[in-house]
Ligand binder design. Structure first.
Ligand SMILES: [Zn+2]
Length: 282
């Protein structure tokens, strides 16, 4: 699996070659949450990954994309937050021992098991992709109890990771956000928008579907409180959730499960930005 330690090594390596890097903030247990910026022209595009701990292949995919942008010709201005949930990643990679006297509480939240390979939440047991202020708590799968997935937290933006990502997004003002998850080869873009915004967002999502070969999902499928949901409803910008890795793989996903996706379309943010320019959306 791609770990937080490997991400820090990659970010450090890129910064030594002059790439702008930094942190959007820190996780609940004090792990810095890195960003990487590959400069270009026009308005920024923001890419996030690794908000769900067990979907560490999404972070691997994002970092591979950063290296490709670094070495290939590109014109767009792209920011990546490749691992929004470093505590969750550390919990899977290093176990509950990495959290000191929280160890027993975490094992209890994990149903008594010390195998965290299917854990999605942060290390407080909050599913970060339900903690944004967008119909918070109204999702079909939402839970009111801390655990490995679906717990919405005590209130919208109760978690330092979601506050940091929301503040960073408001600071850089992207014209498009992409959120990498796994698995299933699906693209989500809807969250109550209508009229021209819905038409714009559907066309961008259709184009993303044609580039990736993923299925376009209309409607929300009962989602609420997600980062994409918040970008669409609060910021009024197109925002896609992309489920990488084909369905035939099972969780925990092996690194190779996103290899074909990367080969097929390594420059997705660049192409989507160009499409938005061509169509007058930016
Ligand atoms: Zn996910």
């Amino acid at each position: 699996m791609y770990t937080y330690g490997e991400l820090l090594d990659d970010v450090n390596y890129l910064s030594r070659f002059g790439v702008e890097t930094g942190c959007i903030g820190a996780s609940k247990f004090g792990r810095l949450i890195p960003f990487v910026h590959i400069e270009g022209g026009g308005k920024p595009v923001l890419v996030t990954a690794g908000i769900h701990a067990r979907e560490h292949v999404s972070s691997l995919f994002a970092v591979k994309q950063i290296y490709r942008f670094f070495s290939a010709r590109h014109t767009s201005d792209v920011w990546w937050v490749p691992m929004v949930n470093p505590d969750g990643n550390a919990l899977i990679a290093d176990g509950a021992e990495a959290f000191g006297f929280e160890k027993n509480r975490l094992i209890a939240l994990n149903g008594g098991s010390s195998n965290f390979s299917l854990w999605k939440a942060n290390a407080a047991g909050v599913d970060l992709n339900t903690n944004f202020d967008a119909e918070w708590g109204k999702g079909k799968m939402n839970s009111r109890a801390a655990g490995s997935e679906n717990y919405v937290g005590e209130r919208p933006f109760s978690e330092p990771e979601t506050i940091a990502l929301a503040e960073f997004t408001q600071k850089i003002k992207p014209c498009l956000t992409l959120s990498y998850h796994a698995k299933g080869h699906e693209i989500y873009y809807e969250f109550g928008q209508s009229g021209e915004a819905l038409e714009r967002d559907r066309r961008i999502a259709e184009y993303a579907a044609s580039l990736t070969g993923f299925s376009l999902i209309n409607g929300t499928r009962g989602s609420a409180g997600g980062y994409k949901d918040w970008c669409v409803s609060a910021l009024k910008i197109p925002s896609l959730t992309l489920e990488l890795a084909p369905d035939e793989f099972s969780h925990p996903l092996p690194d190779c499960s996103v290899a074909d996706d990367f080969e097929r379309e390594p420059m997705l943010p660049e192409k989507l930005y160009a499409f938005m320019v061509e169509n007058g959306y930016v």
